[in-house]
Write a protein that binds this ligand. Sequence first.
Ligand code: ATP
Ligand code: MG
Length: 370
Amino acid sequence: MFKTGAPVTGKDFIDRKKHIPLFNTYLDQNQSFMIKAPRRFGKTSIIKHLSQENPNYKFVYIDIKRLSSLQSLANNIIDSAYKISTIDNFLYKAKNSMFDLVKSIQKIKIDDIAEITIRMYEKDTLDEMEYFLHSLDVMNTIAAKKNINIKFVLDEFQDILKIASSEILDKSRSVIQHHNNITYIFLGSIETIMTKIFERKASPFFHFATIVELPPLDVDELHTYSNNIFNKKNIKCDSLKHLLKYLNGHPDYSLQVLQKLYFTAIANNINELTEKIVYETLIEVILSNKAYLEELISKAKQKKHQLDVLYSIANNNKLELDSKSLYNVHSSLEDIGLIKRIKTGTYIINDMFLKIYLQQKDENIQLIDY
Ligand SMILES: Nc1ncnc2c1ncn2[C@@H]1O[C@H](COP(=O)(O)OP(=O)(O)OP(=O)(O)O)[C@@H](O)[C@H]1O
Ligand SMILES: [Mg+2]
């Protein structure tokens, strides 16, 4: 109920009524797809939800953001793949108990591919790219051997360009197009880079995956869901709809505010959440995200003018900057996921709390458009 802080599933998973049947169809048809949405929009929750709803499918989930090299990505893929064939910790065993490993490999008859893995892994100088492509082949070979279709999720896929050169796209595309036993699911929160990878004609991934731009939660569905929960506890909240509209379906922030309201009412035996309580709760929640917002700001500070441009967007001010520099700053802010272009020359700040935060003159948060 109003869970925050981690991806949600089961009863806690709200809405997405339009999207879930669509994603289920892609899974059933083995159609690879890509989901792009800003940070904290519920991408990981969707995948966790889909995998719970479809226990008949084998899901493999890897978050590229957490990995610091192409080799560790490949290691993860290899270990996940062999695990499907019931060999846990393949690489650890390759290093420490080769005898047992060979026995297990022979039992499940994957000698040829496993031999290649071991040979590659044991080499003194490992070619990361070759090893990574091999890891994808291992996954497909194992799926084919088991006669299944693996649903392979690569979260924060755009970060692959941080751990490998851009030729990785070309190379992996030519390998994965032959993988009939894998449905690839790419998630990404940096929209510009995901667009470059999947929607530019010149990109090797062009047309490889069906693209879904995930919108915020549906405000009406969110209202019905939360209203029901409040009603069950006899909590009245007349301004709930107004609040949820203001939060514009932002999954993470809406849920944080709803949770705080709900807990406040229950802990203090309040049966009416007045407009004042709702407003104050909203401010408290914004402040409780301060550390995260400061983190976004320090990201912006890493390049000249970025923070000034953010301030000017948040406050609708014009900035004295020549058009070439402005163009460059906009592009780099888009590439770190902080802003989005909505039409020529017009940008918005992706994170609504960041926008509010940048609009403040002092410590006392004021919501100018609530
Ligand atoms: N369908 C949903 N139902 C209920 N809450 C949701 C839903 N989707 C997202 N949330 C809320 O938003 C939060 C963030 O969701 P999640 O971690 O899935 O997003 P994400 O897009 O993967 O985020 P990140 O960019 O940080 O990886 C969750 O902790 C939950 O509170
Ligand atoms: Mg996520």
